[in-house]
Structures are given as C-alpha cells and as structure tokens.
Design a protein around this ligand. Structure first.
Ligand code: PEP
Ligand code: MG
Length: 313
C-alpha cells in the first residue's frame, strides 16, 4: 500500500487528520520547477540561484538573471517560491565572488558574507528577483544563506522589503537557532538548512564521508536546534520550514512536523515519498515521535524511537 500511496500522491501535503504541511521542491532552474510542479510540489522551498552563476567568469547580467528567476516563478503562478540569494563560497567557490585562498572556506566568506566584499552584486540580484516577480505577477519570498547575526538579518530584510518582497533567512549557523526569537522580529519566515546546520553544530565537514555519523540529521543536538527554531516560529505565528536533506527522509519529516515545522522542501524525486508518508500519520503521533526523537541518546535510537511512536498511529 505504501507503493500505491506513493504513486497516488497528488498534494497538497497534510497529515491524515488534515494538518496542512506544504511539501515543496528544491530546484535550480525553470525546467526543474516545472518538473516539481508535475510531481505535485506545492511550490519551491529553495531556489539555489548560485547554480545560475556557475561556470561563468563574470556575474550574470540583471536581464540574464531575470530570465532565469522568471522561468521558475512562472512554474508556480499561485504557489509559494522561496528564492535564495547567492550561496557562493566554501564548496561552491565563484571566481568573481569569493576569495581564492581561504584556509577554512566553510568558515569564510560564503553566502551573504560575499556581499561584504561586493554589496552591488546582492543589490543587482535583488533587483532581478523583484523584476522577475513583476513580470510574472508573483510574490516570491527571498532568503539569505549563511547568516550569523541579527544585524545581518535586519539589514537584509530591509533591502528585501524595500522591493516589496517577503524576507527570511536560512538557519544554517547555530547562532540563528539559539536567537531565533530575535531574528524573527525582523523576518517573515525562517528556513532551516540542515546540511549546513549539522556541519556547523557538530563541527564536521558535510562532505567528509569519514564524519558522516556526525552530520547525521538525526543527531540529538541538531534535532534540539530545529525544535527550538520551530517553537520560536510558532510563538509568533511565523512559518519555519526545513529545506535540507532531512526533509527528504519520510520518517524524519513526520518528526519535523511534530516539532511544528510548517513546510518541507526536498529534491523532486523525494516529494511523493514524504507526502505519502505524512498522509498516513496524525499530528498527535508526529508530536509523540518528535518527543521520542528529542530525548534519544543518539541518531540510531532516535530513528527507532520515532518509528515506534508512529507505529501505533
Ligand atoms: C543546507 O545547507 O541544508 C541547504 C539546503 O543549503 P545547501 O545544501 O545548498 O548548502
Ligand atoms: Mg547550506
């Protein structure tokens, strides 16, 4: 029956008892967005714009950028699209945006920090997103990656609001989860990037196969930061989503929903599995699974505890 449910997932996402959960896609271009729409995604939870900048020796022109962003926005004329500003640096270096020889690039000038060197590039990107929104008659949300301080978030939010768009930031650095309430005073939403949040919480390179046990998204410390962020969002009625790999795991998706996460964004092939699993569980069972996972001693027992908590539902 699981295979049947998977084949039949049509969205919108919801638990069995009708608690809505947006199931969104991570994409990088218009073709990807159209594929996601065909796979019943309700929108785009993460547009990785830096992919439009790759393979280039110079920053793409505003009109090139408008065309790319409009292609994505047009795929979801009525759905949510979250555009992420340039996430260059670390494992995604760009010759014109990031310094060439950092000793610790994952801790260096990446994501929003590239705007310290070249504020104009962020301005042009925000202008291009705003123009693409006008051309398609849509209202995208816009978020910055690799934010660490409330001041950075407030300044970014002001630039986004100036253009009539909806601002948020990614939760990738533990400082944002720790002070989520204060970040939310300036922002309309948060989106947790569990790939980087686990890297920075456990101090383990996300690309290291030797350390994969540390960057496991079921690590209790990561789950605790996700739960704290979700709770901060619920206190003020602002959405908190997850757009890292954690959102692609159907069991973990139930746990995240139990914590109060309101949207899950994953690669298109994972959408049906996540949506179909959510449709088999009640919100109360997700909440029990979240409690069980949060009190487990290690990733493996967190998985087992969550599975058991959901089994009876
Ligand atoms: C993340 O860090 O979880 C994320 C979604 O961003 P990226 O994988 O592109 O760094
Ligand atoms: Mg990231």
């Amino acid at each position: 029956t699981a295979a049947l449910a998977l084949a039949e997932y049509r969205g919108p996402g919801a638990t069995r008892d009708g608690h809505p959960v947006q199931v969104l896609a991570n994409v990088q271009d218009g073709a990807g967005a159209r594929g996601a729409a065909a796979a019943a995604a309700e929108g785009v939870g993460l547009l990785r714009t830096e992919l439009a900048f790759f393979g280039r020796t110079e920053e793409p022109s505003v009109s090139d950028q408008v065309e790319i962003y409009a292609g994505v926005l047009a795929a979801f004329p009525d759905g949510k699209v979250v555009v992420r500003t340039l996430d260059a640096g670390s494992d995604k270096p760009l010759p014109f945006a990031t310094p060439p020889d950092e000793a610790n690039p994952a801790l260096g000038v990446r994501g929003l920090r590239t705007a310290r060197r070249d504020p104009g590039m962020l301005v042009r990107q925000l202008d291009a997103i705003a123009q693409a929104a006008r051309e398609t008659g849509t209202s995208p949300w816009v978020m910055a990656p690799m934010v660490a301080t409330v001041t950075e978030a407030a300044e970014f939010a002001a630039q986004v609001r100036e253009r009539g768009l909806t601002p948020g930031v990614m939760v990738e650095v533990p400082s944002v989860a720790v002070l989520a309430d204060r970040f939310l005073e300036h922002l309309d939403f948060l989106s947790i990037g569990t790939n980087d949040l686990s890297q920075y919480t456990l101090a383990a390179d996300r690309l290291s196969a030797d350390l994969a046990d540390l960057t496991d998204p079921w690590q209790p410390a990561l789950l605790a930061l996700v739960a704290a962020t979700a709770a901060a969002g619920q206190r003020v009625g602002k959405p908190v989503g997850v757009c890292g790999e954690a959102a692609a795991d159907p069991l973990l998706a139930c746990v995240l929903v139990g914590m109060g996460i309101s949207s899950l964004s994953c690669a298109t092939p994972s959408i049906a599995g996540v949506g179909a699993r959510l449709a088999t569980v009640d919100l109360a069972a997700c909440q029990r699974a979240a409690e069980a996972a949060l009190t487990a001693a290690d990733p493996q027992s967190a998985r087992t505890a969550a599975r058991e908590a959901l089994a009876g539902s």
